[in-house]
Structures are given as structure tokens and as C-alpha cells.
Design a binder for this molecule. Structure first.
Ligand code: IVH
Length: 672
């Protein structure tokens, strides 16, 4: 294929195919080909472009991520100012809004469009003849920042449009960049593992990620976008109402919110707002309200705008997820790596229907940065399903003479003198035999994503450590029913269940074992990478730090940490005893549970319309999922039928997605 015309043709066909698959995967959530097939197409395109660099175009799917770190973002003046929204906090205020519009537009029937107000950050995307040329943050509404490089890396942002909108000379669309909750929790877990400060909520995480100066780092952050407005079009806006514009945006390849709805009366709007507020914990993103817009553009135009907000739209705000409380005490807990973590004990306060009495303070530097002191009044925020956070101190309310917080010099669990390694934000207890560390290590070892030992909870571990029955992981495998029966709240049945669960954990394989060992800087991702590369523990243990650092995605810090872990005599001894206890030390040959629900944990409650409980359970298991009896943070979905029990309330409280039978059937078909 040396003829330039046919190369060009083949390139374009490849790009078109890849765009189509990206759209199916990232926007519609319905991939048509396997990841491997997709990767093969992508590699073919990369190779062809490498051979013909002169034919690379900016809208090629290979050009999403790239560019050098910037020193700052250039200012961008918006084509049309990005205004704010007026707020309503009650049904009454929504009725007043409607009455006001009726007065301003006498005799005009009003139709509204309602959409979740996703809590992220507003951006404007500019397309010329269907190609993305610029993306900017809202900024102060008049001037924003040019974050084109980072926006290009969001896979649901089309680099090139399809359909009639692609023909327009210029098109500006607006939307909300956000980080899905689940991704936010995972990102924070990773940041904490790396010793970096976590984000307080998904919005901050989205804003921080979109404004990273290195586009390659930004590209690794799991951002997504919903488009909510078509704000400018040249030569002319091709629609007469907002609803049609949204349909048009979807047809052009944009992701728009599937929960949007058209309402014929304000009472319908109110019902939507109330229903969405009741479900807000189950949404896959944070939403802080509902945006209500007059549908017809002609009416929008007649209503116009103030300098602050359009008169044709209003934001119904959900009850705040923030509240003011007072710090009663600051407690220090000791983690599995010996890290001392300060936690605030608060005067109990209700936030979004849940009583909050604790907030995470993360580490010494965070406490110092926010200058949190015992006795302070603080603003507390609950975000998704993470531990509530202290947003800031209300300094004007600080009692006189309040002393600053100081980290203790000794471990509160074992009394050892603590130290702070240079360059780290955490203070650590150096004592490997510290009972608090041992407890946390055991809990981590048995956690679901590690060795998944059902029943190895805090109360059991506490007793096992206090009585000296377990001094390292390997001791777990020597526990028997009579011994466990001597523990508080243990009977023969619970004891034999735990023994069986411990026995099953032998088969988890190398990746899970590496993660379970709690090696510093080795999270699930790194553990899987090491296991895939080395296959056996022996092979991994023989690798020198320099060799490990050669692996993609493994830097010198991780490499050092791994090789130091295996160099320590006590760790080698534990591993030998684990091996003797029959724990698998190779990557298991068996593929992970396959099926659309692989690895997902379900809880069933209430009566389903068509399926009996055992039918539902069988279907879930056959698709690779697991059914648990109680709702916990480990639950992925609660399937609720008629007359659900307390599990339903618990799911709402923990923000676990709730499915009806139809939604379960869709998941089983791999549709969602
Ligand atoms: S419409 C002129 N729709 O909320 C109308 N805004 O104060 C302007 N937002 O920063 C906005 N979801 O980024 C609209 N479905 C939605 C939205 C939405 C989130 C954000 C927007 C802006 C703020 C409005």
C-alpha cells in the first residue's frame, strides 16, 4: 500500500471505525467489539501514522493525548458569556418562578426541560466544520482558561462530529465535566497510597484534574462530560427548542444526560425535582440540584437575561450536603503501614439525612494547612460515600486561647517513638509488631479486593491480636473451630464459616496476594501488573529493583519498596509459612470469573415482579456476580422489588445503586 491515495483512504477508514467504537464504548456504554479487537485496530492506526507522519490530522483518535506540559492556561473570551443560574430551594419558589414567567409571557403555554445539575465544572467546546478546535473552562463567565489539550483526552468528547451539526461553520456547546463517584473513590485511594493529599469531593477532583498542566497526567484522570446546551451556531441555530437541541447534540456524538425530561407543567417539574433528590445517592455522579429551562428558544429570547442569570432558567437546589459542627476531639489512629491518621470527633450533625459525628483530617500537613483545632467550629461536607471531610474552619468563631494541634510524639497503640520520613506527609510508628498495625494489616489482608475472607471483621481481628493467636498472616491458616469458639460472640457455626472462608482464600492467586501483603506503593493495579509479568512469587522475588523499575508504569519508588519488602527477613519467613499453609503463589491459570457481572456483589430485597429470589440469584451467579445477604460498602448493587426491607434504606444511606428487575435484566444482558 504505497500509493498515497490508498494509504490516505485506509487511514480515514481506520479512524472512522475507531471513532465509531469509541462512541459506542464511551458515550453509549455499549461496546460492539472486544477490547483486544479494539486495541488491534488502534495499533494498526498508530503504525500507519508512524510510517506516514505527514498524514496525521488533529482529529485522529491517536491525537487525544499529547503535547508538552504547559506553564499556564491561555485566557479565552467566551463567544457568549457563560451566565450563572438563579436558585430555588423549595417547591414554592419553583411555583413563583413559573408564575413570574406566565406574567411576562401572557397566554403562552410553557413547556420546561429538566436535567440533573451535575456537580462538576462548566466548559465550552468550540467546533469548526465539525472538528474540535478549542475547549475552555467557564472562568468568571466572560473569560475562561484554554484547556483544549485536557478536554481532548476525555474519551466521550468527540474530536469530530457526525450528522448535520458537523456541517456548521462554527458551533459552541456547553457541558459539565465531572468525575464519576466510583472513579473518585478509586482515585483518592490511589492518591493516599502514593502519599498524596486526596480530594475533598468529586467536583474538586474534576476541577483539579482538568487543570493539571501536564496533559498526559490529566488524561489518566477518569473524567467524563454531559453536554447541556447548544450555545452558539453559525450560520444559524438549527433547532427551535432546547429539547430538540439536546437530541441534536446526541445525534452529533455527544453524551447527554439520559435523565433529562420534558415537563408540561410546573407541578411535573416539582415532582421530578423531588424524585431526583430522593434518588441522589444512587446516581453515579454528584448532583446538587435540577436545572429547569424553558424549552422554546423564541420564549427564552423574549425573557432575556440579567447580567447574572437568564430569566428562562432556574436551578432547584437540593438540601446541602454541608453543615457546621464543632470539633470535640482529634483522635489518632494507626494504619497498617504505621501511618498515624488524625480523625475529628464532631458534635453529631445531620447532613442530607445522615448523622455525621466523625470527619477525616488525613494527615499532619492537612490539619496544619486548614489549621483545625479542638474546639473549632468547622464546615463539614459529605461527598458520595466517602468519610465526611472538614472543608474549613470558621475562624471568626474560634474561642480565644485555643492551642494549635500537635501530632503526638509516640504511637498511641504501642508507645514507640514516631518518625516522619523526609519528603513524606505522614508520621509513622516504626514498630513492626505494633498491635494496631497488625490489626489493620490483617483487615486489609482479608478485605474483599485482597484475599476476600468473609467474616474476618474488626471485632474478630481485635480479639485474635489481643490474645496473641495471630501474629502474622500465616497464623490465620492455623486457626481451627475450637480455638475460634473461645472468642466472644463465636459459636460453632460462625467459627466453621470463618475457617472455611480462610481456607478458600488460599486460591486467590498471585495478584491478589501481592495486594493483600500491603507492600507500600503496591495497590491493586501495580499488584496485577507484577503478577502478570512475573507469574510466580519466586520469579518476582528474584528481580532486582533496577529490573522492576524497567517495567511500564513502575517507577523507582515502587521498585525500591517492592525489593525492600522481599529483602526483609521477617517478610520472607511469613511468605514461606504462607506457602507451607498452601497459599497459591502463582498467577492462577483460571481466568477471573467471566460474564457481564464478573466480580460484582448484589443484595436482593423485596419481591420482584417476575423472578423468584432463587431465580434471580441463579441468573446473577451464572453471569459472574455474587449475591450477599447484607448491604455494606462492598455491595455494588441492591436489587429491590415490592415491599423492600431495611436493606433498601441501607442502600440509600450508603449511596449504593438500586436496581429494579428490568434494570437487572439489562445488566444481565450486558447492556448497561
Ligand atoms: S445550564 C444559562 N444545565 O451549573 C444556563 N447548567 O450556575 C447555564 N450545570 O456552572 C447553565 N448541570 O456548569 C445548565 N444541566 C445543566 C447543568 C448546568 C450543571 C452547571 C453549569 C454552571 C452552573 C450554573
Amino acid at each position: 500500500m504505497h500509493d498515497p491515495a490508498s494509504v490516505r483512504q485506509h487511514l480515514e477508514a481506520l479512524r472512522e471505525a475507531i471513532r465509531e467504537h469509541q462512541y459506542k464504548y464511551y458515550v453509549e456504554n455499549r461496546p460492539e467489539i472486544s477490547d483486544a479487537e479494539y486495541d488491534a485496530l488502534f495499533r494498526e492506526l498508530l503504525a500507519l501514522e508512524a510510517a506516514h507522519p505527514e498524514l496525521v490530522t488533529p482529529d485522529s483518535p491517536t491525537q487525544r493525548v499529547g503535547g508538552e506540559p504547559a506553564t499556564g492556561f491561555a485566557p479565552v473570551e467566551h463567544l457568549v458569556p457563560m451566565l450563572s443560574l438563579d436558585n430555588a430551594t423549595s417547591a414554592e419558589e419553583l411555583r413563583e418562578f413559573d408564575a413570574r414567567l406566565q406574567r411576562l409571557l401572557p397566554g403562552e403555554p410553557l413547556t420546561y426541560v429538566v436535567e440533573p445539575k451535575v456537580d462538576g465544572l462548566g466548559v465550552a467546546l468550540l467546533y469548526e466544520r465539525g472538528v474540535l478546535v478549542r475547549g475552555a473552562t467557564r472562568g468568571d463567565g466572560r473569560v475562561g482558561e484554554d484547556v483544549t489539550q485536557n478536554l481532548r483526552a476525555i474519551k466521550s468528547v468527540p474530536l469530530r462530529l457526525r450528522g448535520p451539526l458537523a456541517e456548521l461553520a462554527r458551533l459552541e456547546v456547553r457541558g459539565e465535566v465531572y468525575m464519576p463517584r466510583e472513579a473518585f473513590v478509586a482515585l483518592n485511594r490511589q492518591l493516599e497510597e502514593e502519599g498524596q493529599p486526596p480530594f475533598a469531593n468529586p467536583r474538586n477532583a474534576a476541577a483539579g484534574s482538568l487543570r493539571l498542566l501536564d496533559p498526559r497526567l490529566s488524561a489518566r484522570r477518569p473524567l467524563d462530560i454531559f453536554l447541556y446546551a447548544l450555545s452558539y451556531a453559525e450560520p444559524a441555530l438549527p433547532y427551535t427548542c432546547h429539547w430538540d437541541a439536546l437530541q441534536g447534540l446526541a445525534a452529533a456524538g455527544f453524551k447527554i444526560n439520559p435523565r433529562r425530561q420534558r415537563c408540561a407543567t410546573i407541578e411535573e417539574v416539582i415532582a421530578y425535582c423531588q424524585a431526583l433528590e430522593a434518588q441522589r445517592q444512587a446516581l453515579e455522579y454528584d448532583a446538587d440540584g435540577v436545572v429547569v429551562k424553558v424549552d422554546r428558544f423564541a420564549l427564552q429570547q423574549r425573557l432575556g437575561a440579567t447580567t447574572h442569570h437568564p430569566r428562562w432558567a432556574i436551578a432547584f437546589k437540593f438540601a446541602a450536603q454541608q453543615a457546621v459542627s464543632r470539633i470535640k476531639a482529634i483522635h489518632i489512629s494507626v494504619g497498617r503501614t504505621g501511618a498515624l491518621t488524625p480523625t475529628a470527633e464532631l458534635e453529631p450533625v445531620a447532613i442530607g439525612g445522615v448523622t455525621v459525628s466523625r470527619a477525616s483530617l488525613h494527615n499532619e500537613d492537612e490539619v496544619r494547612r486548614k489549621d483545625v483545632r479542638v474546639g473549632d467550629s468547622v464546615l463539614v461536607e459529605r461527598a458520595g460515600d466517602v468519610i465526611p471531610q472538614v472543608v474549613r474552619v470558621l475562624l471568626e468563631r474560634r474561642p480565644v486561647g485555643t492551642p494549635p494541634f500537635v501530632m503526638p510524639a509516640h504511637c498511641p497503640a504501642c508507645g514507640a517513638a514516631v518518625y516522619r520520613p523526609p519528603g513524606e506527609v505522614v508520621v509513622r510508628c516504626p514498630n513492626a509488631a505494633c498491635p494496631a498495625q497488625l490489626r489493620e494489616r490483617l483487615l486489609h489482608y482479608g478485605s474483599r479486593r485482597a484475599m476476600d475472607i468473609d467474616g474476618l471483621g474488626a471485632a474478630v481481628v481485635e480479639q485474635l491480636v489481643a490474645r496473641g493467636l495471630v501474629r502474622d498472616f500465616a497464623d490465620l491458616y492455623a486457626l481451627d473451630v475450637p480455638t475460634l469458639c473461645t472468642l466472644e460472640r463465636f459459636a460453632t457455626k460462625s467459627a466453621s464459616n470463618l475457617v472455611a472462608a480462610i481456607a478458600r482464600s488460599r486460591e486467590r492467586g498471585l495478584a491478589r496476594l501481592l495486594y493483600a501483603l500491603g507492600i507500600r506503593h503496591v495497590g491493586e493495579r501495580v499488584a496485577a501488573l507484577l503478577a502478570r509479568h512475573y507469574r510466580t512469587l519466586d520469579a518476582l522475588m528474584q528481580a532486582a529493583a533496577e529490573e522492576l523499575a524497567q517495567l511500564p508504569d513502575i517507577g523507582p519508588v515502587i521498585a525500591d519498596s517492592v525489593s525492600q519488602f522481599f529483602a526483609r527477613e521477617e517478610n520472607r519467613r511469613t511468605l514461606e509459612r504462607l506457602r507451607a499453609a498452601g497459599v497459591r503463589m502463582e498467577e492462577t491459570a483460571a481466568a477471573p470469573a467471566a460474564g457481564p457481572l464478573a466480580g460484582k456483589v448484589f443484595v436482593l430485597t423485596g419481591t420482584l415482579p417476575h423472578l423468584t429470589r432463587s431465580q434471580a440469584q441463579a441468573l446473577i451467579t451464572a453471569a459472574g456476580g455474587r449475591v450477599a445477604s447484607a448491604v455494606s460498602r462492598k455491595t455494588d448493587y441492591v436489587v429491590a422489588g415490592a415491599d423492600p426491607g431495611s436493606k433498601y434504606q441501607e442502600a440509600l444511606r450508603l449511596g449504593i445503586p438500586i436496581l429494579d428487575e428490568a434494570a437487572l435484566q439489562r445488566l444481565l444482558r450486558g447492556e448497561a
